[in-house]
Design a binder for this molecule. Structure first.
Ligand SMILES: [Zn+2]
Length: 262
């Protein structure tokens, strides 16, 4: 049995999990469980892969909601009208969105990644959820924290109640950054930079997992409520995960998905 699903968890009415690249139908360079329409894979393969992953997860693909992610900082509030956007047809994915929230039963949220971090948020007090796409730009704009703020405005979510799961992304072992990224963090998040920049062999590496964890704790998320697998690195483990950098740009996408059961 191929390991299609990574860290599946059920808490109350909420199901969440991360996909790997195994167990799908796409040929190289998208082999095999590519979940993204926009990378050049055939749409019928992507639909089949999404069907398989959602069956393994136990959520309804038709009610899963996807965005046309742009490394921005916009959060969408998903309602009945937008539920299911982008699930089977990329043309109706939410445009220019990198994070989504909802509190409606039956709806799930999907974030596509290959090195960037998928961050899933669950507020058990208000049965509200969020999903975030955080590469270095999303980290710099504190998008995960902003998403919890939006959940606070919409659903009365408090950071201290949130359970956060950071999915597999590029690790500090591999995420080499140059002076532009370092300067941007120095300007806007100097303390995070100080705690998360690793200097090794004459090169700088950024720990995105730790950066997001610190940013979330900075708004009141409790450290022990931030879960994840900080040891997985998409670039080190390309047999299990897609890595944009590792593949030189052309590859598939895995996903982090969180949904509320009917
Ligand atoms: Zn690595």
């Amino acid at each position: 049995m191929k390991k299609m699903l990574f860290n599946k968890r059920i808490s109350g009415q909420v199901i969440q999990g991360f996909s790997t690249r195994e167990g799908g139908v796409s040929p190289p360079p998208f082999s095999s469980l590519n979940l993204a329409f926009h990378v050049g894979d055939r749409p019928e393969f992507v639909r089949e892969n999404r069907h398989r992953f959602f069956a393994a997860l136990g959520l309804d693909l038709q009610q899963s909601t996807w965005a046309n992610q742009v490394h921005g900082n916009q959060v969408a509030i998903v309602d009945r009208r937008t539920a299911g956007s982008g699930a089977l047809d990329p043309a109706d994915a939410l445009f220019g969105i990198d994070a989504m929230v909802t509190n409606l039963p039956g709806i799930s949220l999907g974030i596509m990644v290959a090195d960037c971090l998928p961050i899933l948020i669950y507020d058990p007090k208000h049965q509200a959820i969020g999903a975030v796409h955080a590469g270095w730009r999303g980290t710099l704009s504190k998008l995960a924290a902003k998403t919890i703020t939006v959940m606070g405005e919409e659903f009365s979510t408090k950071p201290s109640d949130c359970q956060v799961t950071i999915g597999p992304g590029i690790g500090a072992c591999c995420f080499q950054v140059k002076s532009d990224v370092i300067a941007a963090f120095q300007d806007q998040l100097p303390q995070v930079l100080q705690d998360c920049l690793v200097y090794r062999d004459g090169t700088s590496f950024l720990d995105l997992y730790q950066a997001n964890s610190l940013i979330l704790q900075g708004i009141g998320v409790i450290g022990k409520n931030i879960l994840g697998d900080s040891t997985s690195c998409t670039m080190c483990e390309q047999n299990l995960f897609f890595s944009y950098r590792g593949a030189g740009g052309v590859t598939g996408r895995q996903a982090g998905v969180i949904g509320i059961m009917e």
